[in-house]
Write a protein that binds this ligand. Structure first.
Ligand code: TRP
Length: 323
């Protein structure tokens, strides 16, 4: 065997170092009475691909409704914002929805996309800078943690952008705390443009999170695939099933992985037992009314300036002003 071939083989067979924080989080979640896995672990490369596929599904009305709303209302939003503003986006991804706003916003000073995935972020930032001849300063950060804006960003006329109803993936108390942090980050006289999915018929909601093609199921089950690959888990994918249910009392869609049998697994030297029908709770997606969302915003120190909904009343988009 040549030296080169050996090197290649070694690189392949050498076990990757385990992400200890991921392992600790999974072990802690799976030892609770209601087992959980933190939803931030959905988004590896495959998870991000599957999520993009979710946003194209017939059942997943959220992306279509919000995109249509933004198109419909972008002129009015642009009038509210005026000129010389800086747009700060929380979880920018590939900035698809941002482009709708950028098309309409006059004489923006700067765009600051924030995302946890650095590679994706830099490519998207370059593309937006080129397409809109706009200064762009990408910020590689976990926007749910505490961080500061780059020093070049003056805290004048800052406008936050948080589409996708991602606010609904926080517990309401956390959402209020997040909104409060965003307010202090963006400074006085800031605005926040935020999308929030609306409460509606449970059947419609459940279909959006349990599509006929099984894309959302694959997205949820990908957590177990990741644990097997990255943490040396031995989950059998056939032994778990995706489940989405609307919890009317809490006003949220819950995502679970249901164990189809009594079973025991081993992970990180520990044994984890499941009874048949027991679930791992993987995500919540809270749904608001216009009024309950305004109340939430108020708790975070924001006042509602305007709100729009689509003709079917599926989705809402809010312009908030810092109090
Ligand atoms: N923010 C999205 C939502 O709540 C995230 C999402 C869509 C999601 N489908 C999912 C999260 C399925 C977990 C499982 O609509």
């Amino acid at each position: 065997m040549t030296a080169v071939a050996e090197t290649v083989l070694d690189a392949k067979t050498e076990p990757r170092p385990i992400d200890e924080a991921f392992l600790a989080s999974v072990l802690s979640g799976l030892s609770k009475r209601q087992k959980t896995i933190e939803s931030k672990y959905f988004y590896d490369a495959r998870g991000s691909q599957l999520f993009d596929a979710i946003t194209d599904l017939d059942e997943y009305y959220l992306t279509r409704a919000e995109t249509a709303l933004l198109k419909e209302q972008s002129a009015e939003i642009a009038t509210l914002i005026g000129t010389g503003a800086t747009l700060v986006e929380f979880g920018s991804g590939s900035s698809v929805k941002t482009r709708i706003l950028l098309d309409a916003l006059a004489a923006l000073r700067l765009y600051v996309p924030i995302d946890i995935s650095g590679e994706h972020l830099d490519a998207a930032a370059k593309q937006v800078a080129a397409d809109f001849s706009l200064p762009v300063i990408p910020l590689h950060a976990d926007y749910t943690s505490r961080f500061t804006l780059p020093h070049q960003v003056s805290r004048d006329r800052l406008v936050g952008f948080f589409p996708g109803s991602t606010i609904g993936n926080f517990e309401p108390d956390e959402a209020a705390a997040f909104l409060d942090r965003v307010r202090s980050l963006l400074g006085p006289a800031a605005r926040l443009l935020v999308g929030a999915d609306l409460q509606k018929d449970p059947a419609r909601l459940e279909a959006a999170y349990d599509d006929a093609q099984g894309v959302t199921a694959a997205f949820n089950l990908n957590l177990l695939v990741r644990i097997n690959r990255e943490l040396g888990g031995d989950f059998s994918l056939e032994a778990f099933r995706h489940k989405a249910l609307y919890n009317a009392e809490e006003g949220r869609v819950e995502m679970h992985l249901v164990s189809l049998a009594d079973q025991s697994l081993s992970l990180g030297g520990r044994q984890i037992d499941f009874t048949a029908g027991e679930t791992i709770h993987t995500e919540n997606s809270y749904k608001y009314s216009l009024e309950s969302f305004r109340e939430l915003a108020q708790r975070g120190g924001w006042r509602s300036e305007a709100a729009w909904t689509d003709p079917e009343g599926l989705f809402s988009f809010h312009a908030l002003i810092a109090e």
